[in-house]
Design a protein. Structure first.
Length: 367
């Protein structure tokens, strides 16, 4: 049997061939790609030759589809390639917290860059600065830790639950569709008949699966663990973590204000100000970042990501098994190659055991 081949380098995305939707699909770049599952029917050979000759850049050619031997060998290859698409578990080293990478904005406090000279003593100026620091920063530690968790999640965790087309998962799903499409062509070529339909490469993930929904929530809302992470407890365990310990980072200034003259000459009073909160806020942020690095955040992230990966792999296994069962139904034949994997579909325990045989045990990633 024959199929189209499209030279990606020559294709200029003119779209002329895309009207023959059974044989071509449009990529995200606008270029055409051959539908590998749509072998050219005998009745369409002449039309196929016209399509190839009309391509303005000669990017389209007609090629012979080789069946790669027996149907059993083809199905063995299909099973092997699909199982290679299962996602492996991730080491905690993939989730190391880099305290120099995540930044916090300075607060919009009234006197962040310094107060007026309105205090009657140095201590009052310091205390005023400390009070403002407490109101806008120190007392808002929960919000600050939450913000760092969000930045960390978006950087380290979100790539594993992002389903957009260009994401890690999006590309993996596209790879699975390409494998299915390729093997539709090979199976049909081997049987010399279009037994497997060209839309066989389509599938839907069961996003309503309860285990998947729970694991997805754990990773996509990872910041909700910020309150129980131990970051604030680690911070408070330090010797200089109390509010008063930050007094030394509040600098002051003074000047002599002329207030008139009297019997003994001109009169002056000393007025004080604090010179801003930048230094004290920076020190506090640095201390919080240090605690973020000290609470084994990498291990917690690895645990929840790997639990999500396991659940996602369960969904993929369901898809694979259902595709294998569908092949048997369409060809009206049972294949030994599918026997062991068909037995796992009933429950997560059998899926877990099967997964272990392919990508290893998950227990060593659970902390």
């Amino acid at each position: 049997m024959k199929n189209f081949s499209v030279d990606e380098k020559k294709c200029v995305a003119c779209g002329a061939c895309l009207s023959y939707s059974n044989y071509f699909v449009e990529e995200s770049t606008g270029k055409a790609k051959s539908n590998l599952g749509a072998n050219i029917l005998e009745k369409d050979i002449k039309i196929a030759e016209e399509i190839s000759s009309l391509c303005p850049t000669n990017a389209i050619s007609i090629v012979e589809v080789k069946s790669n031997g027996s149907i059993d060998n083809i199905l063995k290859g299909l099973k092997s390639e699909l199982l290679d698409c299962l996602i492996t578990y991730k080491e905690s080293s993939n989730f190391t917290y880099d305290r120099n990478k995540y930044q916090l904005d300075y607060p919009e406090s009234p006197n962040f860059y310094g107060s007026d000279y309105k205090y009657s003593s140095d201590s009052k100026a310091v205390n005023a600065g400390l009070e403002e620091f407490d109101q806008y920063v120190y007392s808002r530690y929960r919000k600050i830790i939450l913000e760092l968790f969000v930045q960390y999640k978006l950087d380290k965790i979100s790539p594993y639950y992002d389903f957009s087309e260009e994401s890690f998962i999006g590309k993996r799903l596209d790879k699975i569709r390409s494998i299915l499409s390729k093997y539709v062509g090979l199976i049909n070529a081997n049987l010399n008949n279009r037994v497997i339909p060209i839309d066989f490469d389509s599938f839907n993930l069961d996003f309503e699966n309860n285990d998947f929904k729970m694991r997805l929530k754990d990773v996509s809302e990872f910041e909700r663990f910020s309150t129980s992470s131990g970051v604030w407890a680690d911070f408070q365990s330090g010797s200089y973590s109390s509010l008063s310990s930050y007094k030394s980072y509040i600098d002051t200034d003074d000047f002599e204000e002329y207030i008139g003259s009297g019997l003994f000459g001109d009169k002056y009073k000393t007025c004080y100000c604090h010179r801003g909160l930048k230094e004290v806020v920076a020190e506090f942020y640095s201390d919080i970042q240090l605690s973020m690095s000290s609470v084994d955040l990498d291990e917690k992230a690895a645990m929840y990501v790997n639990l999500f990966i396991r659940s996602f792999n369960y969904l993929l296994l369901d898809i694979f098994v259902n595709k294998f069962i569908e092949i048997e139904r369409l060809t009206n034949k049972k294949y030994k190659e599918f026997d062991n994997i068909k037995a796992i579909i009933d429950n997560n325990y059998t899926k877990e055991k099967y997964l272990e045989s392919i990508i290893g045990e998950i227990n060593k990633y659970l902390y």
